[in-house]
Ligand binder design. Structure first.
Ligand code: OOG
Ligand code: MG
Length: 255
C-alpha cells in the first residue's frame, strides 16, 4: 500500500528520534523529487513542533568524493536546526544516533536575505563570515543506503554540525588542504576546490535551490557547502579534528 507524505515523514522523524533505522522508501513505492522535498518539510515541521528552530541549510553531493561514496550524483539540500548545532569542542552522544559518520565542511554565515539567484562575484556581498566545520550525518535508512529521493526525504542525513571560529568573509577558502583526523590519525584528506571547483559556488547553487523551491535564506543563517571528502564512521570515545589551513581547526568528541 502506498503511504502518504505525512506517514512517510512521521516514519523518518521517528527513526531519527528513536535512533532506529527504517526501510528505504524506494523499496516500497516510487516518489518524485517534489514529494521527497515535501516529506522533508513535513518531517522538519514535527521537529519545529517539538521546539527546534531553523538555523540554515546544507548542501549535499557537491564533491565527486561524496557522490561516488554514496552513489548519488545530484546536488541536494536539507535543513539545519538549533538542536543539530554542537559547540566547538563539544560532545556528541553516540547512543542517540544510528550509524553516524563525520565529514569536513566549509560553513558560510549569511549577512542579508538571498531572494534571487546570485553570481559567484556577488557571494561576498551576501556573507559576513566563513568557518571550517564538521558535519555529522546519520542516514535514517538501513545500511546507510538510499536513492536520491530517499535521502532528500530524510533531510539529506542531517544530524549535527560543529562550526569553527567565524573568520572575515574575504578569508581565502579556495585551494585549502582539508584533513580529517580521528584519534590523531589522518582518515581523510582533500582540498576545498573539490567542492564545485570553488566552495563559493555552493552559495550560487543554494540561491538557485532557494528560487526553485521557494525558500527564504535570511541574515544570520548558516549554509554548509557540502563535504570535500568521503565521510567516516565514528564511535564512542573518538576525538575528531578537522584541519582547514586558513580556517583553523574544528573539534568534536564522541561519548
Ligand atoms: C547525504 C548527505 C550528503 C554532503 O556533504 O555531501 C552531504 C549522505 O551522504 O548521507 O552531507
Ligand atoms: Mg555534508
Amino acid at each position: 500500500m502506498q503511504q502518504s507524505i505525512q506517514q512517510l515523514a512521521t516514519t523518518l522523524d521517528t527513526a531519527a528520534f528513536q535512533a532506529t533505522a527504517t526501510q528505504q522508501i524506494s523499496a516500497n513505492q516510487a516518489i518524485t523529487l517534489a514529494q521527497a522535498y515535501a516529506i522533508q518539510a513535513t518531517s522538519l515541521a514535527r521537529r519545529y513542533a517539538r521546539g527546534e528552530t531553523h538555523t540554515g541549510f546544507k548542501l549535499g553531493f557537491t564533491s565527486k568524493a561524496k557522490m561516488e561514496q554514496m552513489g548519488v550524483h545530484d546536488i541536494i539540500w536539507g535543513r539545519l536546526t538549533d538542536k543539530m548545532h554542537i559547540v566547538q569542542g563539544g560532545a556528541l552522544s553516540r547512543t542517540q544516533y544510528i550509524h553516524p559518520r563525520v565529514e569536513p565542511e566549509i560553513a558560510f554565515r549569511i549577512s542579508r536575505s538571498i531572494d534571487r539567484i546570485i553570481s559567484i562575484a556577488e557571494v561576498p556581498d551576501f556573507i559576513d563570515g566563513v568557518a571550517g566545520a564538521l558535519e555529522v550525518i546519520d542516514s535514517r535508512y538501513q545500511n546507510f543506503k538510499f536513492s536520491l529521493e530517499d535521502v532528500i526525504a530524510d533531510n539529506c542525513s542531517s544530524t549535527a554540525y560543529v562550526l569553527g571560529d567565524w573568520l572575515p568573509a574575504d578569508t581565502i577558502i579556495q585551494n585549502l588542504d582539508i584533513n580529517l583526523q580521528i584519534n590523531g590519525e589522518a582518515v581523510q584528506t582533500g582540498n576545498s576546490n573539490a567542492i564545485l571547483g570553488n566552495p563559493l559556488e555552493s552559495l550560487v547553487e543554494m540561491s538557485k535551490m532557494a528560487q526553485r523551491y521557494g525558500l527564504h535564506i535570511a541574515a544570520g543563517e548558516v549554509i554548509l557547502a557540502g563535504a570535500a571528502t568521503s565521510a567516516v564512521h565514528i564511535h564512542a570515545g573518538d576525538v575528531i579534528e578537522g584541519q582547514f589551513e586558513t580556517l583553523g581547526k574544528v573539534h568534536l568528541k564522541v561519548v
